[in-house]
Design a binder for this molecule. Structure first.
Ligand code: SF4
Length: 310
């Protein structure tokens, strides 16, 4: 069960913003969940693709490293709610990082690492150790950091982190999780500016969430403002079929309608790719919009396997 943890920054925002409140405060609907055929605890099969402690290798050439299972605040719709917030299990050690580096060296095709979690920026020493260790591998050409810290606790974008980013020669892409324009506070905007000025390339990831951002106006404002602060909207996801978050799932038809309106009216630069993450972990599949005729019931993954839309 995902613990409840809300940063002071978000607690203050939640007083005025129902969208923030819904994302971070425990709701009774989570407790009413039950196992069924549609929802599972690990729909993306991450556990199955774990090669070493904290290392997920699913897509050829790039690996995901779960540095810690702690976050500055826990999002109630977290896809990794099966493990996130289990602190004693989750924090990697320097020895684990050295082991992962050894694995990468034995797999020369790996060129890209993604530091994730939990939120890697809540473990600054380990993040620094990992950034140094992985950037020292000549085969690594791209480094990504997946974080929600600029939204949940912008103070964790520290001078030490910025100094380190400046020193690393590989491009560092920082993927920040945004859901609603109420998250774009002066502190968050400043944190993004600092990261950008240190040389990081910023992009966003968002999920359609019922009662939070299932509205054309909300997402139009979010993506328009993100691009203004130097954050490229990258992916807009359909909510994963994870047990315990069914109440966040938006009807598929509604999402397509909103996404179509967004595509018509946003600048191309502000438009993220709207995708379904396949329930068996075989690809992020772009959803066709209302410009195309399709039955909206089935799609094929990267391996050509058919799936029903959940
Ligand atoms: S910040 Fe990311 S990993 Fe942490 S709870 Fe939110 S979605 Fe999950």
């Amino acid at each position: 069960m995902l613990a409840e943890k809300i940063s002071d920054h978000l607690k203050n925002l939640a007083k005025k913003s129902p969208a923030i409140k819904r994302q971070f405060y425990l709701s009774k609907w989570e407790l009413h969940t039950k196992e069924d055929k549609l929802n599972s605890v690990d729909p993306l099969l991450e556990d199955e693709h774990t090669k070493k402690r904290g290392l997920i290798y699913k897509y050829r050439g790039r690996v995901l490293i779960l540095l810690t299972l702690s976050c500055a605040a826990y999002c109630r719709f977290c896809t990794r709610r099966r493990c996130v917030s289990e602190l004693e299990k989750g924090l990697l050690t320097k020895k684990d990082i050295d082991e992962i580096a050894r694995y990468i060296k034995q797999h020369k095709e790996i060129k890209e690492i993604i530091l994730s979690g939990g939120d890697p920026l809540t473990a600054p020493n380990l993040s620094a150790y990992s950034l140094k260790a992985f950037s020292a591998l000549p085969q690594i050409k791209i480094i990504r950091i997946g974080t929600r810290v600029p939204v949940s606790n912008p103070k964790l974008v520290t001078d030490d982190l910025l100094k380190l980013i400046r020193k690393i020669s590989q491009p560092i892409y920082v993927g920040i999780h945004f859901e609603h324009p109420d998250e774009l506070t002066p502190e968050t905007i400043k944190a993004c500016e600092k990261l950008r000025k240190a040389g990081a390339i910023l992009y966003s990831q968002s999920v359609f969430l019922k009662g939070v951002n299932d509205s054309y106006e909300v997402l139009y404002e979010l993506f328009s403002r993100l691009i203004e602060i130097g954050v490229k909207p990258y992916y807009l996801y359909r909510c994963d079929p994870v047990q315990g978050i069914e109440h966040f799932r938006v009807p598929f038809e509604k999402e397509i309608k909103i996404a179509t309106q967004l595509r018509k009216n946003l600048s191309g630069l502000a438009w993220p790719t709207y995708v379904i993450d396949t329930p068996n972990g075989n690809g992020k599949i772009p959803v066709p919009l209302e410009f195309w005729q399709f039955d909206k019931k089935e799609f094929k993954d990267f391996l050509g396997k058919k799936h029903k839309v959940i």
